[in-house]
Write a new protein. Structure first.
Length: 635
């Protein structure tokens, strides 16, 4: 095949996995469930008198489902592609691929398309539901075709972004975080251009440039029954076709960069090279092994450096065998500290070596500053927008304040969750989790060390949104009562997403499954419930009549959440939390629309605090079960 043996293997193996069929079935079922729920809402609040009413229903549903599908597609594609490459790096199997005869093109495109096989088939699985909706009227087959073309193009570019960043960065947390920020900037640039209206840039209206650049604007344009086109070149300049042309160029450029740099960024070191006297332990090995060695204690074998042993190959040539990292690391933990501290300084390991590693070492790479710079750029752009345009002569622009503030807070929650889950998957993929588990580190030290380390490494993502909320109260755009509700509720959610990442990292052996479960839960709880509310507001003005069908939807979401979080280590508390969190979020949004902010605060704090405790207590009291070292039957 054109992408080489990597894609060939994935095409042969992927259909044998049950997840391959479950993903297609579940996606089509979710789309059908949303449609049926919306239909129940419509028929429960108004009469369907003629085909015109049915056509209006089909058009409205299509305008909601198409952007939702796009958002899920681009974020899923980018994160799956990035985590696929990161997993190869963490398990050190990428070096094996680099020393093969695979061409750079086969390696890059093979990893990209093999990671997107399941997503592409899932996207195709949703086409029958859209065709079924077209039978109601209000939707043409041309609209469906355009929407899926735009979604497919955006998915390929998003996956390319994830692949490039994953090959470029050496640490998983950097690759995943930069991928999320890159997608946000991608969508944000389109919104900024769309906000400029009909102002021209290079002779093209900014609104048209927004359609050509932003997938969100492009899918909204493609889903309309009438396209904007002016002149012979109008279809290329002002419609979805211009977006496809830009995405094609972006796809070629991104993958060209990855193909040119994959072997430059990832250098395979010769394992037979005899290290120099001062290079017996690399900085990365020391930072991984120091906490475990400090907890286990220095063994007698580690007190003296073993001499190299000689082996004879088939040609009778003697070769030096380099000792393993532990054996050749250093004489003691103190020597490890001296090797990797500043000249003339000695680093002391804290009583909790897990927290010490998270805070005092480059556990997540020496170039994490780039991630922080990207987040700071995003935050200050949002802050500048609020400061300049948040208040007009008529008063506070509440729509703009919400449109800017909510995405910033949501992105901060996602980044904290990403840091937490990768803090566990990095240990597991690097095979250092086993070293920590056989040490005398207690479960409390491990869990709280990871949680505290997560908040330390994400201090910008936590403190800056808090400052933003306080600034809104200082400007008088929020009452101080609502400001306190917002800050306290935000910190409760920070604790929840951090514990959610640790919980997923402990329960899932496969890194991609852990990351997908953790981030998928966050997306469902905050975006999924918001979409449900959007459907309710779009189809009816009678709020009370909408409750019963959406209660069924929330119960179904709670069942899916329990399957993701509690099926491996079930508990009654997790079951209650899985069903309570979606309903609590639904009720909180309802109370927000009614202006009852105190109910929003009480509901969210109660539900998500309980969910955090439901994951935290078993992680400490049943640590062996959570890490997979034993089962419930053996305890």
């Amino acid at each position: 095949m054109f992408a080489g043996p990597i894609l060939t293997r994935e095409m042969a193996v992927c259909p044998r996995r049950w997840q391959f069929f479950l993903a297609r079935t579940a996606y089509a079922a979710i789309l059908l469930l949303i449609m049926c729920t919306a239909w129940l809402v419509v028929t429960g609040t108004q009469y369907i008198r003629d085909v015109g009413d049915a056509a209006r229903f089909g058009e409205t549903w299509f305008q909601i489902a198409s952007p939702l599908q796009l958002v899920l597609a681009i974020f899923s594609a980018a994160l799956v592609a990035a985590s696929s490459v990161c997993q190869e790096k963490d398990k050190r199997t990428l070096d094996l691929l680099l020393v093969t005869e695979l061409a750079n093109t086969e390696l890059v495109l093979g990893k990209l398309f093999s990671s997107l096989v399941t997503l592409l088939t899932t996207l195709v699985g949703g086409i029958p539901v859209y065709l079924f909706a077209a039978l109601l009227g209000g939707i043409s087959y041309g609209q469906i075709f355009r929407v899926f073309l735009v979604t497919l193009a955006a998915m390929l570019v998003a996956g390319s972004i994830g692949t490039v960043l994953a090959f470029w960065r050496e640490k998983t947390v950097q690759a995943i975080t930069l991928t999320i920020l890159a997608l946000v900037f991608w969508l944000g640039i389109g919104e900024v251009l769309a906000w400029q209206g009909e102002r021209s840039l290079a002779g093209i209206p900014c609104s048209s440039l927004a359609v050509m650049i932003s997938p969100w604007r492009a899918v909204l344009e493609a889903s309309r029954p009438i396209l904007r086109a002016e002149g012979a070149l109008g279809i290329l300049r002002y419609s979805w076709a211009g977006f496809l042309a830009v995405e094609l160029v972006s796809f070629l450029v991104l993958n060209g960069i990855a193909i040119a740099g994959v072997r430059v960024w990832n250098v395979v070191r010769d394992p037979r090279r005899q290290p120099a006297e001062e290079d017996w332990a690399t900085a990365q090995e020391a930072e991984v092994l120091e906490p475990a060695l400090a907890a286990v204690g220095t063994s007698a074998q580690a007190q003296t450096r073993p001499s190299q042993s000689e082996t004879t190959d088939q040609d009778g040539v003697k070769e030096a065998t380099v000792p393993t990292p532990i054996a050749r690391g250093a004489k003691s933990v103190e020597e490890l500290s001296r090797l990797h501290a500043a000249p003339g300084k000695k680093r002391e390991v804290w009583d909790n070596p897990v927290l010490w590693r998270e805070v005092c070492t480059w556990a997540y790479g020496r170039r994490a500053l780039l991630v922080r710079i990207g987040y700071l750029a995003l935050f200050f752009a949002a802050f500048f927008t609020l400061a300049q345009y948040g208040e007009t002569a008529e008063g506070v622009n509440k729509g703009l304040v919400a449109a800017v503030t909510v995405p910033v807070l949501l992105i901060s929650l996602i980044l904290v969750n990403t840091q937490a889950v990768i803090a566990l998957t990095t240990e597991r993929d690097g095979r250092t989790l086993d070293l920590l588990l056989v040490s005398d580190i207690t479960p409390k030290e491990f869990i709280f060390g990871k949680l505290a380390g997560t908040f330390y490494n994400c201090k910008e993502y936590v403190l800056l949104p808090t400052v933003l909320c306080l600034w809104l109260g200082w400007r008088g755009w929020l009452t101080w009562e609502d400001t306190v509700y917002l800050v306290v509720g935000l910190w409760v959610l920070f604790g929840f997403v951090a514990m959610l990442g640790v919980h997923a990292g402990l329960n899932y052996v496969n890194s991609r499954h852990a990351i997908a479960t953790s981030l998928g839960t966050v997306f469902f709880l905050f975006l999924g419930v918001a979409v449900c509310m959007r459907v309710m507001l779009a189809f009816s003005g009678s709020f009370q009549a909408q409750l019963h069908p959406f209660l069924a939807f929330m119960i179904g979401g709670g069942a899916g959440l329990y399957l993701a979080l509690g099926i491996r280590n079930p508990s009654n508390a997790l079951a209650l939390a899985s069903f309570a969190c979606p309903l609590a979020t639904f009720y909180a949004l309802t109370s927000l629309f009614l202006g009852q902010t105190h109910l929003v605060f009480v509901t969210l704090v109660a539900a998500y605090s309980f969910a955090t405790a439901a994951m935290l207590i078993p992680a400490i009291d049943e640590f062996d079960v959570a890490t997979g070292r034993t089962t419930l039957d053996e305890t």
